[in-house]
Unconditional design. Sequence first.
Length: 150
Amino acid sequence: MKYWLMKTEGSEYSLEDLKRDKRTAWEGVRNFQARNFMQEMREGDLILFYHSSSEVNGVYGIAKVAAIAHSDKTQFDPQSDYFEKRATKEKPVWYCVDIEFAKKFAKPVTLAELKSDPNLEGMRVRERGSRLSVQPVSESHFKRVVALGR
DNA sequence: GCCAACGTTGGC
DNA sequence: GCCAACGTTGGC
């Protein structure tokens, strides 16, 4: 089993939204590295759910991979912001996984906390200028963040 | 294949 | 709202 971190703008789609929807297709990722990481995900993998560009940036809780990567349908929709003219049904360019709500932390583990915890050294999201919206997380880092969220 | 220009992300 | 850092595009 692997562990991941996924970013979202809290005002766009928050953990509360996921809790309400229970499950959603993580559409709209338009970055190759992020796409490749999603293709590595397996059902049951756990995800730290991170809000960026929010009042309080940080990990708000946990989501779980509910379905492995499949074609992102928004790439075929000319009305969509995520339309991709290079994509065909036979050869899609973009993929997404389905994720489901797992847990909301008692309080978010803020970016400041992530940065100041010596146990979390090496976590990608801590790095200045880190823009990758889907990233792998080590098991020990994952467990540490969950402990901080309790 | 290089790299400048551009658009976007994301912390502050 | 600002701006630094980043990823992608496209001309050469």
